[in-house]
Design a protein around this ligand. Structure first.
Ligand SMILES: Nc1ncnc2c1ncn2[C@@H]1O[C@H](COP(=O)(O)OP(=O)(O)OP(=O)(O)O)[C@@H](O)[C@H]1O
Ligand SMILES: [Mg+2]
Length: 263
């Protein structure tokens, strides 16, 4: 559904964030983006939504074509939900009002001055119910916990009736248990609705638990692309430069293999 073709992003200050990168994302697939800080994950996610323009190469979307020009970007963004790490809600507005913001892409600029339709409010309430926050629909968003706010962010993405959700470190600011709940919820909703997701994470455990496919970047290059089962210690070392402390050694090391073979 999305073809990234020799995408090269050099920022105005001369930093090359992505070296020519080609990768295809398929409909309905839950992809986790891994990579050390500065590897280019956020840049790739922004490029997939037209927030960063390619220096060379292009991003092509099925049914739309090259992601360039206002019309193409607008129609792609309408069906693309974005979930960020934090600061994504308007604190003084209710949960319901925040979720309805997800519908704005469906309205012309004049139409945004008019109230939302009953059908849209129902859609928003349904989304709020799916993320388990119906009792909070009329609360101010800044009265919710971090995990609840992330669930509101997911509901706001859902009312876009998206075929793709892009999430940049959606659980980075949550404790491990809340992070697991929020990611589990996002994963279940995407699977139930056939929504493709591309989610950047720093937690390998979660990547292995939820990803259909892992794409890893190092210094703007794709250095791994495959199912979680193929992500062994060698691959992890290539991604992060070293095996991070606390990573489970669940693939046999060469020395273990040797002992096993000759013992
Ligand atoms: N707006 C910008 N202007 C200039 N350089 C930028 C800009 N945004 C990012 N960079 C640089 O581009 C490179 C890739 O950054 P990016 O934010 O994509 O990395 P990341 O993988 O998301 O890192 P993190 O895990 O820390 O979020 C880094 O060297 C970064 O300093
Ligand atoms: Mg980032």
């Amino acid at each position: 559904m999305i073809q990234v073709d020799k995408l090269d992003v050099v920022y105005a200050n001369g930093t090359r964030a992505l070296a020519p990168t080609s990768v295809t994302f398929r409909a309905g697939q839950f992809t986790v983006l891994l990579g050390a800080s500065g590897a280019g994950k956020s840049t790739l996610l922004r490029a997939l939504n037209g927030l960063v323009a390619p220096t060379h190469g292009e991003v092509r979307i099925d049914g739309i074509g090259a992601l360039s020009g206002r019309k193409a970007i607008r129609s792609h963004r309408r069906r693309t939900g974005m979930v960020f790490q934090q600061h994504q809600l308007i604190g003084r507005l209710t949960v319901l009002a925040n979720v309805l913001i997800g519908r704005l892409g469906y309205h012309g600029s004049l139409r945004t001055l008019l109230p939302f339709s009953v059908a849209e409010k129902q859609l928003a309430l349904d989304a709020i119910e799916r993320v388990g926050l119906l009792d909070y629909a009329l609360r101010r968003a800044d009265q919710l916990s971090g995990g609840q706010q992330q669930r509101v962010g997911i509901a706001r993405a859902l009312v876009q009736e998206p075929n793709l959700i892009l999430a940049d470190e959606p659980v980075a600011s949550l404790d491990p248990a809340s992070a697991d709940r929020v990611l589990g919820l996002l994963h279940k909703i995407c699977k139930d609705d056939g929504i493709a997701a591309i989610v950047s994470l720093h937690q390998l455990e979660f990547a292995k638990r939820y990803a259909d496919r892992i794409v890893a970047l190092a210094a703007g290059h794709v250095v791994f692309d495959g199912p979680p089962a193929r992500l062994g210690n060698q691959e992890i070392a290539r991604i992060y430069g070293t095996t991070p402390i606390g990573v489970r050694q669940d693939t046999p090391q060469p020395s273990t293999l040797k002992t096993g073979t000759y013992a």
